[in-house]
Design a binder for this molecule. Structure first.
Ligand code: SAM
Length: 299
């Protein structure tokens, strides 16, 4: 077996609200590291003051991660030990760290995790939704196309889905989730570990109404039920269900492409096949129209 290199980079999880959640091992690692790389040094300074630790800090965040990452690695290659922290939770999870970890592995530097708070795991655990298999979806992109593609893929997943979102974007995200996934169970885990923690168990449709007049405040994780598993359906019944759904949408005035997209997202049916069925369904009407529509038969 390959010998493991000594640890050069520690990923230290920090509280997501409640300072009491900093583990003794996390505090010891911060104390013993040669320096700390932090997403926002001012925030980390508050944490260090709280535990009475004084340590050199360097900033490591989204926009300086390339150059600063190389500088950090150079110090690690020189034998120093770094503790990486972010503003809250586990580094490298929707937070800076992923690239630095990969670079350390490339350079043969040892990396170790000091596990602790992580909003997605806390939210999943309290959600009341299935925890056995889940899919962490992170933040949805604000770019329309990327967002739609992400949602279309997520809609097919049978696993519990977990999303992060900023409060000012929460309303839009709930609406988009409802449009892409249909009505499903939703748990909103708000302000976890904080004074005003709230676990709101609802559905996507109800949440759309809930936030019509209420402004979301605080931090949220959205935990959404995976695609409901109907008892094993054969392909023809899936297509039939998709066709019925698409017809309903078409009757409501939804465009054909949107009706097909929605029906496929919700049933898992294949788009080409559904277009073919709709065309087949339309064909007799068209033929009739070409032959003179509903005019009475010639006597
Ligand atoms: N790395 C962090 C972790 O391990 O949880 C996540 C960082 S990500 C930039 C921030 C997002 O995490 C927030 O927008 C929110 O969705 C979620 N979050 C963080 N703290 C939270 C809390 N106390 N309650 C609910 N959600 C929280």
């Amino acid at each position: 077996m390959e010998k493991r290199p000594p640890v050069s980079l520690y990923l230290v999880a920090t509280p997501i609200g409640n300072l009491g959640d900093l583990s003794p091992r996390a505090a010891k690692t911060l104390e013993e590291a040669d320096f700390i790389a932090a997403e926002d040094t001012r925030n980390t300074l508050k944490l260090l003051n709280h535990i009475g630790v004084k340590k050199p800090l360097v900033s490591y965040f989204e926009h300086n991660r390339r150059e600063r990452g190389e500088e950090i690695c150079a110090r690690l290659l020189n034998g120093e030990v770094c503790a990486l922290v972010t503003d809250a939770g586990t580094p490298a999870i929707s937070d800076p760290g992923e690239e630095l970890v990969a670079r350390c592995h490339e350079l043969g530097l040892g990396v170790s995790a000091i596990p602790g708070p992580c909003a997605l795991i806390a939210a999943l655990a309290v959600s009341g939704l299935p925890t056995g298999r889940f899919s962490f979806e992170g933040f949805l992109s604000t770019n329309g196309k990327t967002r739609r593609e992400h949602l279309a893929l997520a809609a097919k997943s049978p696993y519990t889905l977990i999303f992060y979102e900023a409060p000012h974007k929460l309303k839009r995200t709930i609406i988009d989730l409802y449009k892409a996934l249909g009505d499903r169970r939703l748990t909103l885990a708000r302000e976890l570990t904080k004074l005003h923690e709230e676990i709101i168990r609802t559905t996507l449709a109800k949440a759309v109404s809930l936030y019509e007049d209420t402004k979301p405040r605080g931090e949220y994780v959205l935990v959404v039920e995976g695609r409901p598993q109907t008892p094993r359906q054969d392909e023809s019944s899936v297509m039939q269900e998709a066709l019925n759904m698409a017809r309903d949408y078409l009757e409501k005035g939804v465009s054909k492409s949107e009706a097909v997209r929605l029906a496929c997202a919700r049933t898992g049916a294949r788009k080409n096949e559904l277009y073919r069925l709709i065309a087949a369904m339309d064909a007799p009407k068209q033929e009739k129209a070409e032959k003179g529509g509903d005019s009475p038969c010639p006597r």
